[in-house]
Ligand binder design. Structure first.
Ligand code: ADP
Ligand code: ASP
Ligand code: MG
Length: 424
């Protein structure tokens, strides 16, 4: 007997038939004698609809602030998961399975106070463990917890993955299965590159990079938690027949295992390609080249919670002036320009230019640590396709390249094939 946490994402619970199908996956594990907790997302599209409602509430004419109360945002957007948790409990009960739904505050899943992007601080697994011991299935609403202000807090988009891994750690589960609409983690997004291959295993560090560089198959925070708490996490499909052979395999279920790099026997140089759309570039021209200029630019941006990513600095020929170029999410450009404008005197630049709709493509692999020439291969392949590179950043295990938006798919496919990641 094992203790298993099963998480089902939006497309897996998109309607009543899909929820019934999820119940069949749960029944398989219950019938095998395992203790089961389930975490659900909202029906696909639901959270977007709720977010739109919050953002499009009509304002009193002349009202100054475009902002809204983040605590009420959370009260609204957390509701989608409450619906699916209740519905799944009903479906399970109809199969004679003892089940009940849980909201974050009932467990409780305690978070910090960052409404809209809260982090889980503590989960008390005692009651869930006791009830699982009595044969009851816990159906937990993902994406939500309760903050120190005693109000609902949500975990950021894609946060149900994090709920699942955190609960798995909290109840000391043997395994956490993230069920989604693909049957594992691929060498790149299979929707963009049909030749992408499913990985049997991927190292925590690589999955962290893939997720933070745009592969939304797992939320970044869920990978961090799995790594820290050593949760045995699989990504697998809810769209396969719940009773197909092998689906109930305890040690090696079908899907991708996220694991320590030591567990991976045949480590390739490059493991995967990720991409992030909606990046924007801001350039400050003819800055004075003196100590403190970077602090004058990036200090106020950080204070305004604007996430700056790639930074490139060019010195003018005579060495007296410099240009600074950096990227931010497209949605933050207007805010960033306003912050820079109000600090123009202090920073001391001539002009500021911006460009939206760019894409960051990234090559990821632990094997890069010990191989030279990986970046050169990417640059050559992109050049052959006539794709212009606007900025580059690298770390030990990744190379990120900023390009024009319309080239995104071509760049992903080009990089995918230049490292031989295509299906044989
Ligand atoms: P869920 O609703 O189940 O949480 P998501 O839409 O958040 O599902 O994540 C699954 C999607 O992630 C897939 O449909 C796929 O298009 C996308 N994806 C991006 N990169 C990858 C990758 N490397 N491997 C697998 N899926 C990926
Ligand atoms: N429903 C939330 C979202 O769409 C959380 C999740 O699905 O993981 O972001
Ligand atoms: Mg998701």
């Amino acid at each position: 007997m094992a203790r298993i946490v099963m998480k089902f994402g939006g497309t897996s619970v998109a309607n009543l038939d899909r929820i019934y199908n999820v119940a069949r996956h749960v029944k398989r594990e219950v019938d095998a004698g395992h203790e089961v907790a389930v975490v659900v997302s909202a029906m696909s599209g639901k959270t977007n609809e709720l977010v739109d409602w919050v953002q499009n509430m009509p304002k009193v004419a002349g009202a100054a602030s475009p902002f809204y109360d983040a605590r009420e945002y959370d009260a609204v957007v957390a509701s989608g998961e409450q619906v699916t948790a209740g519905l799944l409990a009903i479906a399970l009960q109809s199969m004679d399975i003892n089940a009940r739904s849980w909201q974050g505050w009932q467990i409780p899943i305690k978070t910090d106070n960052a409404h809209g992007a809260a982090r889980i601080q503590e989960i008390d697994g005692t009651e869930i463990i006791r009830r699982m011991g009595e044969g009851q299935v816990a159906v937990v609403a993902g994406f939500q917890g309760i903050g120190p202000d005693n109000r609902i807090a949500t975990l950021g988009r894609g946060g149900s993955d994090t709920s699942a891994v955190a609960i798995a750690a909290g109840v000391k589960a043997d395994r956490c299965d993230i069920y989604t609409d693909v049957d594992g983690v691929y060498t790149t997004d299979p929707r963009i590159e049909p030749k992408a291959r499913r990985l049997k295993k991927i190292a925590f560090e690589e999955m962290l990079e893939m997720a933070s560089l745009g592969a939304k198959v797992l939320q970044v925070r869920s990978v961090e938690l799995a790594m820290v708490h050593k949760v045995r996490t699989f990504v697998r499909s809810s769209f396969e027949d719940p009773d197909a052979p092998g689906m109930g395999d305890l040690m090696n279920p079908p899907g991708t295992l996220i694991c320590d790099e030591e567990e991976i026997v045949e480590q390739e140089v490059v493991t995967g390609i990720a991409y992030a759309k909606d990046e924007a570039q801001i350039s400050l021209r003819r800055l004075a080249d003196r100590p403190g200029v970077s602090a004058a630019i990036f200090g106020p941006l950080a204070e305004s919670h604007i996430n700056v990513d790639m930074i490139v600095q060019n010195i003018s020929e005579d060495g007296s002036k410099t240009d600074m170029t950096f990227t931010v999410p497209s949605g933050d450009v207007d805010k960033a320009l306003a912050v820079l404008g109000s600090n123009k005197e202090k920073i001391g630049f001539d002009v500021v230019q911006s460009e939206k709709g760019l894409v960051k493509v990234s090559v990821i692999g632990i094997g890069m640590r010990s191989h030279a020439g990986v970046a050169a291969t990417a640059f050559r392949a992109l050049a052959e396709k006539g794709i212009n590179i606007k900025a580059i950043t690298t770390s030990e295990i990744k190379i990120s390249i900023l390009i024009d938006g319309p080239y995104a798919e071509l760049a992903v496919r080009t990089l995918h094939s230049c490292y031989g990641l295509d299906k044989n």
